[in-house]
Design a protein around this ligand. Structure first.
Ligand code: NAP
Length: 293
């Protein structure tokens, strides 16, 4: 299916709603996947300001849009409009994927799949170990949920700029998931160096170091890292953040955010189409796109 005949009355429309929306890689990722799999689908971005969410959802249902992603600032507010919410989305308190089954909307959080698939190759090294997490936002919630469910950490240490937010997250997960070996800290060296050195897995879920602020890092102290550690940065632009460069210089294993991005997309793709996303091809295509941008 190519050219002007490609889209017709049978085309399934998928979207993403958020505000702002123009930096999302999801349209590229899903439209390439539809093309590769020869599926009659199209993925479109919709800029939906905060006070128009309800009208936008009514419109999506009226137009028969098959499903959509949700990004900031709607990930939490969308829940009020859904008939079903999956277990992980309900615990995390945020939905990033909706399936529209003839007007019945069901919500999921596929970031969990992204985190899980990213960490799976390191399962033997990281299971049952101490973890330090920078940040206490939406990304941190998906990470903490996935760690508790799948990697049984010995201890989770949340390090956040706003101490109160880190503390709220600590309280939330210890109550909601009955995981009590969880602590929160402010971002202050020199104690920070010891906390990090003592962690087998370090995860950055903040936006510190993201383009255009590529020289920033949640820590600039090389001694924070040791050989044998695994350091995962959720950021995918740039792929090698300053944090990962520092960690790599000390012999740590480093993981960028691209795999998480692709695997959260793959789970959404599967929920909408029932098909597997060609993840390795998409990984390559996005890497090329990011490297040449
Ligand atoms: P969010 O909910 O807004 O949380 C942002 C976090 O970053 C908060 O903890 C915030 O601390 C912290 N932060 C922001 N600016 C900071 C600064 N200058 N210094 C110290 N801390 C700072 O955002 P999010 O949705 O979790 O996303 C965070 C990052 O993860 C983004 O870069 C996003 O692209 C990435 N991400 C990637 C994927 C993927 O698929 N790879 C998925 C989700 C998110 P305060 O609490 O003090 O404000």
């Amino acid at each position: 299916m190519t050219g002007y005949n490609k889209f017709n009355q049978d085309t399934n429309i998928i979207g993403i709603i958020g505000h702002p929306i123009k930096h999302s890689y999801s349209p590229l990722m899903h439209n390439i996947s539809f093309e590769i799999k020869n599926l009659n689908y199209i993925y479109l971005p919709f800029d939906v300001p905060i006070n128009t969410l309800k009208a936008a959802i009514k419109g999506m249902v009226a137009l028969g849009i098959k499903g959509f992603n949700i990004t900031l600032p709607h990930k939490e507010n969308i829940i009020a409009y859904l008939r079903n919410v999956s277990e992980e989305a309900s615990i995390i308190g945020a939905v990033n994927t909706v399936v529209n089954d003839n007007g019945i909307l069901s919500g999921y959080n596929t970031d969990v799949n992204g985190v899980y698939e990213t960490l799976l190759p390191y399962k033997d090294e990281i299971t049952g170990q101490k973890v330090s997490i920078f940040g206490a936002g939406g990304g941190a919630r998906s990470v903490i949920y996935t760690l508790i469910r799948n990697f049984k950490p010995e201890k989770i240490q949340i390090i956040n700029r706003t101490e109160q937010k880190g503390e709220s997250l600590r309280e939330y997960f210890s109550t909601r998931m009955h995981f009590t070996d969880i602590k929160s800290y402010e971002l202050i060296p020199p104690d920070l160096v010891d906390v990090l050195r003592d962690s087998k897995l370090i995860i950055n879920t903040t936006s510190v170091g993201m383009y255009p602020n590529v020289d920033d890092s949640v820590t600039s102290i090389p001694q924070s890292f040791v050989k044998g550690q695994v350091v995962f940065d959720l950021i995918y632009n740039p792929l090698k953040t300053r944090l990962l460069q520092l960690a790599e210089s000390q012999g740590a294993t480093v993981i960028d955010g691209l795999r998480m991005l692709v695997h959260q997309g793959a789970k959404s793709f599967e929920l909408w189409t029932g098909e597997e996303m060609p993840v390795e091809k998409i990984n390559k295509a996005l890497k090329l796109y990011i490297d040449t941008k």
